[in-house]
Design a protein around this ligand. Structure first.
Ligand code: ADP
Length: 421
């Protein structure tokens, strides 16, 4: 069966989060990295194109999103989902409004919805106001975000500043009455000349109601929560298998390693737990900066240890050590130096036969995926909430678990590989 749902995500980890949700809701899903080209992936009900368009200039975000759209339509997608952050990260210049307007125009569609609610993570919308936990978005830490400070919690107003079109609201009262009432509100707004509607949602069941009501919309926009209700529409229409295991991955044999470049509290605990039972190599940032051949040392060290149990190669360090390194090297230089070294080590490990790789750290994972030349990932079952095993498209086939900072329980590194067998 061809691809039925095409998604465009404005950042990498958001794309994985969405893909993970779609798999859990029964859709076989592939995540592509960057503007896609070539043939549509085989055996996928949904394709998520991961862009890095959240904070780039709006015209560039529009261009990339339209290129992704063209690919997805060619792959067969009947519905397009534009995925952004559940805190609606944007400025008055965009990019959510301009991208949505451009996608609507390209799809020749007249109406779409905006619903970043993600109740599981405390993001709820009521009367159009976005809450983060129990405070308004504008009172949350997002008010001080370095790139997209969110100082207004009213999404109707926020979006209204990003688009020339009228922005309406579907209130919770309609959502509580069910899909028919929500659909009636879509019609009412559309007839009234509204092109956009923010939709209230405070619970997962509300997102399922909204998903059912959105079955006929060419374009849907929201956070990953909005994906909860969409797969059932395709199942009901007979466009995807009803009882399929969407999370099955091809089996991948080969040596196993963990590469850790995250210094978050969760990762430090996970690295300590792995160090207690598995061979561990520490990447020393100052030695790296001094020009010592750390990458070669790490690979030499790994070569004699691979084949048995998984190995850990880590730069992760507690805050005082990170601060000391940053004071010596500068924050940016330290970060990029370590990312580049870990990425080169990952490439070397694959050369040595590693085919099962866990990478900790969002930026670190981005660097590793790029160094390995990976263009797409098939998404499998999750190890811990939000972190699925994936398998790369193309050759060689590598099983990858990409874990950003604070995700995963303490035994994540040790347990991850047992989930693959
Ligand atoms: P997270 O998902 O936890 O934010 P990232 O990989 O996105 O992890 O970011 C961590 C950053 O810290 C990377 O740029 C990495 O290179 C850098 N880093 C890793 N180890 C150290 C260290 N010991 N000292 C300084 N910076 C480090």
């Amino acid at each position: 069966m061809p691809v039925v749902l095409g998604a465009i995500a404005d950042d990498f980890t958001g794309a994985t989060d969405l893909a993970n949700t779609l798999v859990r809701e029964g859709m076989r899903t592939v995540q592509l990295i960057g503007v896609a080209s070539g043939d549509a992936p085989a055996d996928a009900d949904a394709v998520v194109v991961a862009l890095k368009s959240r904070t780039i200039p709006a015209p560039a975000a529009v261009d990339q999103s339209l290129a992704a759209l063209a690919f997805l339509r060619q792959a067969g997608a009947r519905q397009i989902l534009f995925k952004y952050c559940s805190t609606f990260d944007s400025t008055d210049r965009g990019n959510i409004g301009p991208v949505a307007d451009a996608l609507l125009a390209a799809l020749d569609a007249e109406f779409t919805i905006f619903c970043p609610a993600f109740p599981e993570n405390g993001r709820t919308i009521y009367h159009g106001y976005l809450f983060v936990g129990d405070v308004l978005l504008s009172e949350s830490s997002m008010q001080d975000h370095p790139l997209t400070p969110m100082r207004d919690a009213n999404l109707v107003r926020v979006l209204g500043r990003q688009t020339p079109h009228k922005v309406g609201l579907v209130p919770l009262a309609a959502v509580l009455r069910g899909p028919d009432a929500v659909r009636a509100d879509f019609m009412r707004l559309s007839r009234g000349g509204y092109r956009h509607a923010v939709v209230d949602a405070v619970r997962d069941v509300d997102l399922r109601t909204i998903g059912a009501a959105a079955a006929d919309l060419r374009l849907v926009t929201g956070g990953s929560g909005i994906a909860l209700g969409l797969p059932e529409n395709f199942r009901r229409a007979g466009l995807i298998e009803r009882a399929q295991r969407a999370d099955l991955l091809p089996s991948v044999r080969g040596d196993a390693a963990v590469i850790s470049g995250s210094c978050s509290a969760a990762t430090l605990a996970q690295a300590a737990a792995m160090r207690a039972v598995h061979p561990t190599f520490d990447v020393n940032p100052l030695a790296l900066a001094a020009g010592e051949p750390i990458v070669a040392h790490a690979l030499e060290w790994a070569e004699s240890r691979l084949g048995g149990t998984p190995v850990l190669i880590t730069a992760s360090a507690p805050p005082d050590q990170v601060r000391a390194v940053q004071e010596r090297l500068g924050r940016e230089r330290a970060g990029s130096l370590i990312e580049a070294a870990l990425a080169a080590i990952a490439r070397g490990l694959v050369g040595l036969g590693v085919r099962r790789l866990v990478v900790a750290g969002g930026e670190t994972a981005g660097a590793v995926v790029q160094a390995l030349g990976i263009t797409g990932l098939r998404i499998g079952s999750q190890i811990d909430p939000g972190v699925p095993w994936t398998v790369s498209l193309g050759e060689p086939t590598i099983a990858l678990a990409l874990k950003s900072g604070n995700f995963g329980r303490e035994d994540f590194f040790v347990r991850a590989f047992t989930c693959l067998d």
